[in-house]
Ligand binder design. Structure first.
Ligand code: NAD
Ligand code: UD1
Length: 341
């Protein structure tokens, strides 16, 4: 049987690149489209080194309908995994128009081109951020969404609504909404990882940049939360586990399930101080940090119930927090300037 072609939008980004590796390992043929607004073509060399396969890459903006249509016409696409999007919460507050246009606009164009070309299967990158401030943890897929606090989160909620409406309009569509919790870690080879622009907003890249000496000190945002050590609790998931989750989801789509929604996390909550300690222990490095005030908008505790993904797609995270810390550091120390090296 011919191998299935999977269109991967944003496939040169952090989660997309790791997913492309898992797709190749599982005998799919990824076709990557990306506008390089937050990634570099060096990623293609790394994918080739890891897998022995150089995937096809077309530089385009997903909002460019004509260019995207050409890609669909030139291939026999079985499914789309839609990673392309902007993801900085702070930037989205400064430039909401950009986020609505890029994230929702690209999704609308993609769905139109899929329809025009009769492609019925899509996996969408959503986020735990759609749950807003949780009333209780763990979070279940059936919990309410929509009380968001920033335009980035709002784009994810609105795209979820668009997909849910589409599922009602066209029951032949197979749509998987994946709500990622906090992806960290890197490919165990140290060849691929997260390469944020400028000063990182997220905890793990900040920790690794302090460890490598690029940044002087980590600030821990608040130790007066109602949690055991006073710092916020999150569900950190290794990016390779997340990537494997996409392959399992594609297998599910072959059963033609209609609309499915899964949390992709570990089900385990880890506090900021626990993560720092795990990093120090795993890598035998001291992290210079100090406690400062809370960061506006942070919720005390956020972690997933992952029973549904286990039951329906056989997904269970294999890497623990120590593995994540080891692999994040392995990537950072081998690539102190990210993909610029
Ligand atoms: P990333 O920025 O590393 O990857 C996104 C990729 O999409 C980049 O390569 C970028 O160049 C590309 N892109 C953006 N807009 C585009 C457009 N209009 N046309 C073509 N390409 C475009 O981000 P990531 O961490 O890999 O995240 C992937 C997806 O997962 C995003 O949709 C993000 O919102 C979502 N997500 C990420 C996290 C996280 O913490 N990393 C958590 C939850 C959800
Ligand atoms: C952030 C995004 C969220 C996105 C998620 C996934 C915000 C407000 N939310 O979530 O939309 O889906 O990433 O990647 O940006 N921390 C520090 N010091 C730092 C950085 C972070 O103490 O320098 C703390 C934060 O207060 C938080 C925890 O570390 O308690 C995790 O922060 P972060 O990595 O930014 O992720 P989230 O805020 O959970």
């Amino acid at each position: 049987m011919a191998k299935k072609e999977i269109l991967v939008t944003g496939g040169l980004g952090y989660i997309g690149s790791h997913t492309v590796v898992e797709l190749i390992k599982n005998d799919y043929v990824p076709v990557i489209v990306d506008n390089l607004c937050n990634s570099k073509t060096e990623v293609l060399n790394r994918i080739e080194t890891i897998t022995g396969v150089r995937p096809e890459f077309i530089e385009l903006d997903v909002r460019d309908e004509a260019a995207l249509d050409k890609v669909f016409k030139a291939h026999h696409i079985f499914a789309v995994i839609h990673f392309a999007g902007l993801k900085s919460v702070g930037e989205s507050v400064q430039k909401p128009d950009l986020y609505y246009d890029n994230n929702i606009g690209s999704s609308n164009v993609l769905l139109k081109v899929m329809k025009d070309n009769g492609v019925k299967n899509i996996v969408f990158s959503s986020s735990a951020t759609v749950y807003g401030e949780p009333k209780r943890v763990p979070l279940y897929e059936s919990d309410p969404i929509g009380e968001t606090t920033n335009p980035y989160a709002e784009t994810k909620v609105r795209i979820e609504y668009i997909l849910k409406d589409l599922a009602k309009e066209d029951p032949s569509m197979n749509i998987a909404i994946l709500r990622y919790f906090n992806p960290i870690g890197a490919h165990p080879s140290g060849l691929m990882g997260e390469d944020p622009r400028g000063i990182p907003n997220n905890l793990m890249p900040y920790v690794t940049q302090v460890a490598v000496g690029k940044l002087p000190q980590l600030q821990v945002f608040g130790n007066d939360y109602p949690t055991p050590d006073g710092t916020c609790i999150r569900d950190y998931i290794h990016v390779v586990d997340l990537a494997i989750g996409h392959v399992k989801t594609l297998i599910k789509l072959e059963e033609k399930p209609g609309l499915v929604i899964y949390n992709l996390g570990t089900g385990v909550g880890t506090s900021v101080l626990e993560l720092i300690n795990a990093f120090q222990k795993a890598n035998n490095i001291k992290i210079n940090y100090r406690i400062v005030g809370r960061r506006p908008g942070d919720v005390p505790e956020n972690y997933a119930n992952c029973d549904k993904a286990l039951k329906e797609i056989g997904f269970k995270a294999q890497y623990n927090i120590v593995d994540c810390c080891r692999d994040s550091w392995n990537w950072q120390k081998k690539n102190p300037q990210g993909y610029n090296d």
